[in-house]
Design a protein around this ligand. Structure first.
Ligand code: PAF
Length: 282
């Protein structure tokens, strides 16, 4: 496995891969890797000739400087895991490589970025769009792999790829969960043992809501009960619990049996903000 830090180092490698007509898989990450990331790498190595993983904690997608400062950085451990997982290349650019000058470019993803993560983290998807567009231009992969845990990010990136004609495919890999249901996330490292237990409330409420919806209960009642469960739980604060279309992110007031619907949740457990989602009808 080779670690690449600059565009100049990457270009000849890419040219050789391209010349041989080989398929290049790309897994963009912010490091602090866990099994969820390794699932993306496994998908790529299984279907592509070469796999490149990027590790870059992207400053433009954090709307709180404290969240950026506290984002876990575990480069040595990440590289060891990627080597064992069979990645061929790891791209670890510096901030000045990706942002040689402060960028003024702004995306507008329309309704997709005005709800949920877009509403609670203003500017977040602009930062994601910027860095992912830059990485796609630099890496020029055949296919890029993303986790379903970041469902709204997936929708934004698919829109980006379509609108800017990137000519690459996007593969979405199911959320990897701990045995007790907690969705794997780099942020979980920041939970103390008590918070780690309290964090289970997110998946519990998602699963319960799915069960109740499919049993015919109303979405309004379920939403009210979930808000009450968070209000009475220690150390937890619910930001949103929404039923929506998993691609357009149209928010629904009622559940219907006739089309794709997912529930998305965001909540603070202590100081750590967690998100999760569950498809109700795929
Ligand atoms: O999902 C992430 O880790 C990040 O948002 C991404 C896609 C690597 C962009 O920084």
């Amino acid at each position: 496995m080779k670690v690449i830090r600059t565009e100049a180092e990457w270009k000849p490698i890419w040219a050789a891969i391209f010349k041989e007509g080989k398929q290049l898989g790309f897994v963009p990450t912010m490091g602090a890797l866990h099994q969820g990331h390794l699932d993306l790498v496994a998908k790529s190595t299984a279907s592509m000739d070469f796999t490149v993983v990027s590790i870059f904690v992207n400053p433009t997608q954090f709307n709180s400087s404290e969240d950026f400062q506290k984002y876990p950085q575990t480069l040595e451990a990440d590289l060891a895991q990627l080597d064992a997982a069979g990645a061929d290349y790891v791209f670890v650019p510096s901030v000045t490589t990706l942002y040689p000058q402060p960028t003024r470019l702004a995306f507008d993803f329309g309704d997709l970025e005005r709800v949920l993560e877009g509403e609670f983290r203003p500017g977040h998807f602009n930062g994601v769009g910027l860095v992912v567009a830059k990485l796609f231009h630099l890496i020029q992969p055949t296919c890029a792999f993303f986790g379903q845990k970041d469902l709204q990010q997936v929708a934004v990136i698919k829109r980006l790829v379509q609108d800017l004609s990137f000519g690459l495919s996007i593969e979405v890999v199911p959320t990897r969960r701990e045995k007790d249901g907690l969705a794997m996330s780099s942020r979980n490292i920041r939970l103390n043992p008590e918070e780690r237990q309290q964090a289970l409330l997110l998946y519990q409420q998602l699963s319960l809501a799915k069960e109740r919806l499919l049993a015919g209960e109303t979405w309004k009642q379920i939403q009210t009960d979930t808000a009450a469960a968070f209000s009475s739980a220690a150390n937890s604060k619910l930001e949103y619990f929404a039923l929506l279309h998993p691609e357009t992110f149209e928010i629904f007031d009622t559940f219907r049996m006739d089309g794709p619907q997912s529930i998305c949740i965001a909540a603070f457990v202590g100081q750590v903000r967690l998100i999760d989602n569950l498809p109700i009808i795929a």
